[in-house]
Design a binder for this molecule. Sequence first.
Ligand code: MLT
Length: 310
Amino acid sequence: MKILISEQIAQKGVEKLTQEGASVDIKTNLSREELLAIIGEYDALIVRSNTKVNEELYQKATRLKVVGRAGNGVDNIEMNGATKRGIIVVNTPESNIVSAAELSIGLLFATCRNIPQLHNRLQERVWDRSGLKGMELQGKTVGIVGLGRIGSLVATRLKSFGMNIIAYDPYISDSRFKNLGVEKQEKLEDLMSKCDILTVHTPKTEETYGMIGKDQFKAAKKGMTVINCARAGIVNEAALIEAMKANIVKRAGVDVPEGEPEPTSPLLDVDNVIITPHAGADTVEAQDNVGITVAQEVIAALRGEMVPNA
Ligand code: MLT
């Protein structure tokens, strides 16, 4: 079992692979050309979000049987290409959800209280809070787009701050909304018009890419805060910037800017936007969980055993 790890995973995951008898190469700084040149030697490839696993790669990956995504989103993996070649794709949908939910809430706090801006001023030895008055969360309405694993963790945590929680998710049953104590919105525009804070927790798919754009911001409550701790592009960046210029959106917190891992997003130059470099799952706990889980799954798939997240 020859396995290539092209992006960093936790040491515990690497140990698991070697304990199971795999031969593991960790090469996290490969250029695309270098990756394509060596991928033909491997039975399995383990990636996070930066490695594009696509037709170009599959054509060179003549031995490849398994792709392990150390994380949840598989938007960097072309599924059709894998399926037609019988390559199994496994991911770790449960392993980092707490960390992702906690970063969403962290960005919400940082954004609503201007914490990075206040810190930056003070670090420049300027004691000045002017223009940076925050907003209390208690009594405000938060609108969640995507009430799946992460969205529901965010909902239950924000309830404890006395917030009113509404959500839009056509794939979640009414009883689940009821159990979570979240008010269901039939239309995205209804949610946009009611919430003070919008927070996005859908995977990036053809259906969700660009789902919050110009038209949705037209329906939005004036002065809202936008948090996107899911993927870039679910909230259209150009539309978000326009909405900020028009004072429809007052502030935003974003975990994954367009063009990752290149820091090229125009959002980086907009005031009142806080951006982190796809750090949602970057905690010791989540990375240990993810590393161990992906290692177990890749080994099971290579051995032809049952894999829960294939
Ligand atoms: C995920 O999809 O699991 C997260 O975005 C974290 C990651 O990509 O590492």
